[in-house]
Design a protein around this ligand. Structure first.
Ligand code: CMP
Length: 142
């Protein structure tokens, strides 16, 4: 089915000037950018977005990293977009990411891992609404 998923190009990848290369990988895989916002997240936004992780030991480091510089928040659309995006990203820990994936090529550590992608339809819906609300994403054309 055609799905939408939330993608974040994180501050480490933005700082490396890798935005174009990463979007090119999404587009070559058939995913379309249907929403995009360049954002320097506030602490409140980062904490709210990653609320599900707030009891985890890495939460504070995750928030500090996500507010360390600008990030590109996007909505990607395509056939099986959620799983496809996760395949293109590779494993959360870049040391375990398959060759040719974004995290294998751009990430240095599990903390600074270049990209985020929604992991399921329910989280995609929540995450898209978190950043875009009812506004800012292109309407479906197909
Ligand atoms: P992301 O997909 O954005 O979701 C939460 C982030 O927390 C994850 O990518 C990692 O960058 C970071 N993180 C740090 N340590 C861990 C860990 N042990 N397990 C999962 N995520 C972690």
């Amino acid at each position: 089915a055609v799905e939408r998923t939330l993608s974040i190009i994180k501050p480490d990848a933005v700082a490396k000037n890798a935005i174009g290369d990463i979007i090119s990988r999404f587009e070559k895989a058939g995913l379309k950018v249907v929403g995009a916002r360049m954002m320097h997240l506030s602490r409140e936004q980062a904490e709210g977005f990653y609320d599900v992780h707030k009891e985890r030991p890495f939460f504070n480091d995750l928030v500090e990293f996500m507010i360390s510089g600008p990030a590109l928040v996007q909505v990607l659309e395509g056939e099986d977009a959620i799983a496809k995006n996760r395949d293109i990203m590779g494993a959360t820990n870049p040391k375990e990411a398959a060759p040719g994936t974004i995290r294998a090529d751009f990430a240095v550590s599990i903390d600074e891992n270049a990209v985020h992608g929604s992991d399921a339809p329910e989280t995609a819906e929540r995450e898209i609404a978190f950043f875009f609300g009812d506004d800012g994403v292109c309407p479906r054309t197909r």
